[in-house]
Unconditional design. Structure first.
Length: 288
């Protein structure tokens, strides 16, 4: 009974949230028409993401150094929930699979927020990389999931590297981020959006369950040198994200902090990925 009551309450809130977000998106479209210019959706999207996370019943804690400038954010990928969670703390455009663009209403809202879409196996990765590079050069941040698919959240799948070089071309840093879902101190089995699960079924299951604990760990920004191959950059970034996942599951992020404090695992600044001076250039795989 508690699960059904929880579902009804949260679903009502989520539907009201979608209605309000739709009205906001329409209002911004009208303002674009009246002013003759495109209003930046990123700040608005961040506010909507924060409200959406509350409606989903997610208990979120963030740690580390949040992005302070335009950057390419790379994260492990567990669920469609990753997008509102990361968007709540790091305003950015997202790269998503083309199927999301076809979801009723949510797909339209994602397009209004400036989401970039990629069709798996279509050979679009180089075109999408150009789009990411142009967005970064305009001063926007972009978030991508280099695993190319979702996982059960227990480990981090190998990263594909082709899109990472957009940061080098745009001369902006890359900021790794680790996201972990836990329930009763253990990896959550409800949040992962994997296999043949459908969005509406997964949403219903998620809303019926007690709140999940989500940790988002922002690592120190790094610069990818031009001499580093896409494969090398992908491997180094994947190792950083995986290390963060292990730290969260070991409970290292569970120590109490003062209200309003932002936990910092690294000192602010940038580091550099190692780049063998004579290493030949090679291309990583597409996220499609």
């Amino acid at each position: 009974m508690a699960g059904w009551l929880r579902l009804c309450a949260r679903m009502t809130g989520f539907l009201l949230f979608l209605a309000g977000t739709t009205l906001l998106a329409l209002a911004l479209r009208v303002l674009d028409y009246l002013t003759g210019s495109t209003i930046d959706r990123t700040p608005w999207a961040g506010r909507c993401f924060r409200v959406g996370c509350r409606c989903l019943g997610l208990r979120i804690r963030h740690h580390g150094v949040q992005p302070a400038q335009n950057t390419l954010i790379v994260s492990n990928h567990v669920s469609w929930c990753d997008i509102p969670i990361l968007g709540a703390f790091a305003p950015a455009r997202f790269l998503s699979k083309a199927e999301v663009g076809q979801w009723p209403l949510i797909g339209w809202l994602a397009r209004q927020a400036g989401t970039l879409f990629i069709q798996r196996g279509s050979g679009q990765a180089r075109r999408v990389r150009t789009g990411i590079e142009e967005a970064l050069k305009r001063g926007e941040s972009v978030t991508i999931f280099p695993e190319g698919t979702t996982s059960a959240g227990i480990t981090v799948l190998p990263f594909h590297g082709l899109l990472l070089k957009a940061a080098t071309a745009a001369d902006v840093p890359v900021q790794p981020a680790t996201i972990a879902y836990r329930r009763n101190g253990r990896p959550d089995h409800v949040a992962p959006f994997i296999g043949d699960d459908e969005f509406h079924h997964h949403l219903t299951t998620l809303l019926k369950q007690p709140s999940a604990d989500v940790d988002v760990l922002f690592h120190q920004p790094v610069e990818i040198p031009e001499t580093a191959t896409a494969h090398e950059a992908a491997a180094e970034l994947r190792a950083t994200v995986h290390n963060g996942l292990e730290r969260i599951y070991r409970g290292e992020m569970d120590q109490p902090s003062a209200p309003g404090d932002l936990r910092t695992e690294d000192a602010p600044g940038r580091s550099h990925l190692p780049s063998p001076p004579d290493a030949p250039q090679s291309q990583g795989q597409s996220t499609a």
